[in-house]
Design a protein around this ligand. Structure first.
Ligand code: NAD
Length: 314
């Protein structure tokens, strides 16, 4: 049984990683329960996890250097770093907060992990580091030209991870997640918003013409690759894509959700939002080569599971 720290463990992805690992490991969650979205959702996530005596919750901020030094002590073997100010649009409104949390916060996590002799830090990065599309699918050699302050902050955090590996010898891996969805997902993301509106038969707002494409990744695929990184050092020093392996237009996403929910919601097209990427699609061959990652859940299957969860829980 290893001692594992999960920053942001009350959130969507962190709570799923914790849930997966809790039967085999001692988990310490650090999360400041920020008010970016409903606290009720995070409290529910925590309630589920804290039912297990292997989980400890520390309410605190990753920008608090002393706290991190206390929590990431010499007994901690692995750190999953999921805490962030997520969200592209909020970063356009306030670029300072993502910089503070995602860059300085990550630096704190890395320094505390280095000092404690942690075996590996697994850092949640994002497809937003690519930004401007030169070609698709994005492989890791694709230029990184973020189109939002959020993307810039995630790219800076990734570089710190690489430098801590190359310069200080701290094993780190950055996973470039491509729009993650599934039960307990963030309510600010399109799949969750559209599902809620459809089930209430309310109009849906699409920013742009709906022809923008996204590679959506089901949460179970994300959790699997994170779990795998406890057992292998093959990806140390790398930043690698973790995507769903296919892309669909927002219009097709809506068509799938309409069929699954049986909704007749009207679609209202509105202006494109600043900071939104035009297209994303992951080439996942590096992750396959290094750690055997292959996405397993198709978009249709994943949406079906998400809508079933939504009907029951929201
Ligand atoms: P989330 O907002 O659900 O989870 C993040 C958690 O971090 C929240 O519980 C929040 O309270 C916590 N947090 C925020 N600021 C903090 C701080 N200063 N100190 C301590 N805790 C703090 O987001 P998520 O969707 O689970 O994302 C997890 C990670 O994955 C993030 O790093 C995000 O940038 C990255 N990511 C997510 C997606 C996606 O589609 N969900 C895509 C790409 C990358």
């Amino acid at each position: 049984m290893s001692k594992i720290v999960i920053t942001g463990g009350a959130g969507f992805i962190g709570s799923h990683i914790a849930e997966k690992l809790v039967s085999e490991h001692e988990i310490i969650i650090i999360d400041n329960l920020d008010d970016y979205y409903s606290l009720e959702l995070k409290r529910r996530n925590l309630k589920l996890l804290l039912a297990n005596p292997n989980v400890q919750f520390i309410e605190g901020d990753i920008t608090d250097t002393d706290l991190l030094r206390r929590v990431i002590d010499a007994d901690v073997e692995f750190v999953y770093h999921e805490a962030a100010q997520a969200g592209v649009r909020i970063s356009v409104e306030d670029p300072f907060k993502p910089n503070n949390v995602n860059v300085l916060g990550t630096l704190n996590v890395l320094k505390a992990s280095l000092d404690a002799g942690v075996k590996r830090v697994i850092n949640a990065s994002s497809s937003s580091v690519y930004g401007k599309v030169k070609y698709l699918p994005f492989d890791e050699a694709h230029p990184t030209m973020p189109v939002s302050p959020y993307g810039v902050s995630k790219l800076a955090a990734e570089h710190y991870c690489r430098v801590f590996y190359e310069v200080y010898g701290l094993p780190t891996v950055s996973l470039r997640y491509f729009t993650v969805y599934g039960p307990r997902m963030r309510p600010d993301l399109a799949i969750s918003i559209f599902t809620g509106k459809m089930l209430a038969n309310e109009p849906i707002t699409v920013y742009g013409d709906g022809k923008q494409t996204r590679d959506f990744t089901y949460i179970d695929d994300i959790v699997r690759v994170n779990r795998r990184l406890l057992d292998t050092n093959a990806a140390d020093g790398y930043a690698m894509n973790v995507g769903g392996g296919h892309r669909i237009t927002v219009n097709d996403l809506i068509a799938h959700l309409r069929e699954i929910t049986g909704s007749a919601s009207e679609i209202v097209y509105s202006d494109k939002q600043k900071g939104d990427a035009e297209h994303t699609l992951a080439d996942t061959s590096l992750a396959e080569k290094l750690v055997g990652y292959r996405p397993e859940v198709s978009i249709r299957e994943g949406l079906g599971r998400f809508v079933a969860w939504y009907r029951q829980h929201r």
